[in-house]
Design a protein around this ligand. Sequence first.
Ligand SMILES: Cc1cc2nc3c(=O)[nH]c(=O)nc-3n(C[C@H](O)[C@H](O)[C@H](O)COP(=O)(O)OP(=O)(O)OC[C@H]3O[C@@H](n4cnc5c(N)ncnc54)[C@H](O)[C@@H]3O)c2cc1C
Length: 350
Amino acid sequence: MIQTDIIIIGAGPTGLFAVFEAGLLKLRCHIIDALPQPGGQLTELYPKKPIFDIPGYPSVGAGELIDNLMEQIKQFEPGFTLSEQATTIDKQEDGSFIVTTNRGTQIQGKAVAIAGGLGSFEPRKPVIDNIAYFEEKGVEYFVRDPEMFRDKKIVIAGGGDSALDWSIFLAEVAADVTLIHRRNEFRGALDSVDKVIELKKSGKINLITPAEIVGIKGEDKVEGLMIEKEGESFEIETDYFIPLFGLSPKLGPIANWGLEIEKNAIKVNNGLDYQTNIEGIYAIGDVNTYPGKLKLILCGFHEATLMCQSVYNRLNPGKKFVLKYTTVSGVDGFDGTRKEAEKAVVKAID
Ligand SMILES: Cc1cc2nc3c(=O)[nH]c(=O)nc-3n(C[C@H](O)[C@H](O)[C@H](O)COP(=O)(O)OP(=O)(O)OC[C@H]3O[C@@H](n4cnc5c(N)ncnc54)[C@H](O)[C@@H]3O)c2cc1C
């Protein structure tokens, strides 16, 4: 079992910054996210958009902000469990918690910080009768490891950026790539559409539009798909079917953890430390609610900071916490006691 101080559920900007604040206090963190990459909404929904309200950055790309946060927390060596959804939290007799994921990974920590944003991003699934049977048997809603498609036949469905970008990328990896979309026009970036059309002309991508996948064929795994195109039905052979119809956030298992929920968000004690109704479980960032709550990155950073100090105080009863400046103590810092702080200030004045 993985052991840590703070189990962070959600690798969006709030969860990532919490690792930094925890690191300053010498608290170790392990982050779980249902998505295959860190960044939450910023990476999943608007990676190329500029953000204008991060203090000190007149403008910063959403993807760039996540890259910078990852760089900033690297020094604290957080653990990551990606592509797994936290499904249960069990409080132990000693006050610690065990979080278990849908793939059976277990992490034990002294506190839990839920930084789950709008919830887990779950794939929008096409309505095909037997699709659930073929999940993990050739139906993949994410491209987690492109290498698994090397020299295989694949069919991608969708009309947005993910479908276009992965078709382009996997054209160099897979033996055969077919892109199917129910319209002739794509919603993705124009240069990606142009690239797909170029690859179609050079025979590297088969493009079938306007068409829909209406059935999956196979015994123990996907072997083929049934397609309907302009009133005609036909079958194509494939090893994998990758529907990329976007993701929709769902509060998911968080709703079953015995936490007080109000309007799809977790109620916390505003202004104190963002603890929930269960002692030791905190909720920070977009996932929480309290009077005056604003769902902004900046607010998530603030909440993460106060949460870490509260965890530090819970784990070190009797030890007086003193606010420290990174300008004075650096990131290695001191252990948070007044004596150490005074030493650091004296050193800085010298
Ligand atoms: C288009 C758009 C533009 C925006 N522009 C701005 C802006 O300019 N400025 C600004 O401040 N804010 C902006 N926002 C809002 C901002 O993105 C959010 O405030 C921010 O992403 C919240 O961060 P978070 O870390 O709390 O949650 P999220 O970014 O939502 O991350 C939460 C993560 O938790 C994971 N998760 C949830 N439940 C589980 C579970 N059970 N197990 C495992 N993982 C789980 C999710 O997969 C997700 O990755 C914008 C939002 C959108 C959609």
